[in-house]
Unconditional design. Structure first.
Length: 113
């Protein structure tokens, strides 16, 4: 199973970005999918997760600004990030829970002030 993340980049504070992460390989069913992030010098933290049924959870720091969604037919999870802040700067990693947890390669999001 491979996860390919895309959509990171440089954006000014207040701007938006949309991350995508597509899973491929020998996949029967993906349970949870979502995103973690790791800022320089900090631990990796959960940003948002979504179940196969569409239930979502968010870190308090992104509630009301970020929206997670998924397309089960495409085995893809998305993260729409709005009203970005400099503190959102991090490498964002997607994950997919199948029988094990699989990780994407990470995509860098940089928010300038």
């Amino acid at each position: 199973v491979q996860l390919q993340a895309s959509g990171g980049g440089l954006v000014q504070a207040g701007g938006s970005l949309r991350l995508s992460c597509a899973a491929s390989g020998n996949i029967f069913r993906i349970n949870g999918m979502g995103w973690y992030r790791q800022a320089p010098g900090k631990q990796r933290e959960l940003v948002a997760g979504i179940t196969s049924g569409g239930s979502t959870n968010y870190a308090d720091s992104v509630k009301g600004r970020f929206i997670i969604s998924r397309d089960n037919a495409k085995n893809t999870v998305y993260l729409q990030m709005n009203s970005l802040k400099p503190e959102d700067t991090a490498v964002y990693y997607c994950y997919a829970k199948i029988l094990a947890v699989y990780w994407g390669q990470g995509t860098l999001v940089t928010v300038s002030s």
